[in-house]
Design a protein around this ligand. Sequence first.
Ligand code: PLP
Length: 396
Amino acid sequence: MKFDPATNIQDLKQFGEFGDVNPSVTDSATYTFMQAKTMTDTFHGEAEGCFLYSRHWNPSNKYLADALASMEGTEAGWVTASGMGAITTAILGICQSGDHIISSMTTYGGTFAFMNNWLPRYNIEVTFVDITDLESVRKAIKPNTKMIYTEAMTNPLLQISDLPELSKIAKSKDIKLVVDNTFTPMIVAPAKWGADVVVYSLTKFINGKNDCVAGAICASNEFINSLIDVNDGTAMLLGPVLDPMRSSSILKNLHTLHIRMKQHSYNAMYLAEKFKAYGLKFRYPGMPDDPGHETLKKIMHPDFGFGGMIAIDMETVDQANKLMEKMELEDVGYLAVSLGYFKTLFSNSGKSTSSEVPEEIQKKMGLSEGLVRFSVGLDHDIERTWQKIKKSLETL
Ligand SMILES: *Cc1c(COP(=O)(O)O)cnc(C)c1O
């Protein structure tokens, strides 16, 4: 049977202590015990179903983490206060001083900055490669390489990582494959293609409401337990835990993710076809001539389309800014960073979410200074939206 993340979520039986169909929010930092020994056992991870302290586990966080793990097909999950909280915790949970990481050169700007500016302070070395060039990945491996890090669909260039091939390379050398799946929840299930750890910014498509910042790590029981070990667990000791009120609201939004992803993808495909006919320079992995098209087709779940992200190349910052300001006035959506929202959002990546990447590296990775990243919204009448974009283009 085909792996079906949406049905996995639908089949969850998570209800609260009073039969509440939305699990109760556990609004507690600590938990009481009738027997002192049970507390000691819980501390040592030996009391199934008992909670100790909410930096470690909170029942509301566990509901969301379990739901995300079933969506991804991993044994376990853990939820964090931001996507960066998930990414940094996963990386520091795997690597230590003296280790080496191979990373896609195009990644979210914050991830790039963490790897390029912060990890070297702790003597963790990172080699940035073109992740679609498998030979360059193989060549970058050193005896101390512990991790290959990539995004299933990269931010902001929308390159597609060939996860089955990357997994083969990683497994042959006992290296962990860590995949950020923020752009393609439901569409790609990285763990099914051999990723050891899947990280998310829940802030984007998964929550979809732009009302909070949150993240998640999905992996084996062994890895998640290692992160929350009271003695040396990275998550337990650095403490990037998510607020349980937020877990509860994100869990409800997770249940409509499959419908939203279909509409984001439908609308993005519609716009991409219009962009092509108009003669714009852009990338959308749904277009048959896009360099990532065949790879995405190989790894995607066909029900959810090619995703809601389009990158238009307006060539110069000036043209990009003019277009974005016009589109804001025409109510195409909002000139704002972030993505996966019900409204269309657009921003110039090189000057915003990838501005942490030095200009010469932006050039090297092919990031045009005029790149406008579109996160296409859930618009009911997408032809009307296209007409507004067209009007904006025509009056530049
Ligand atoms: C936004 C984003 C992040 C960071 O997530 P936050 O929730 O903002 O901390 C990481 N990876 C990708 C691909 C993103 O788009």
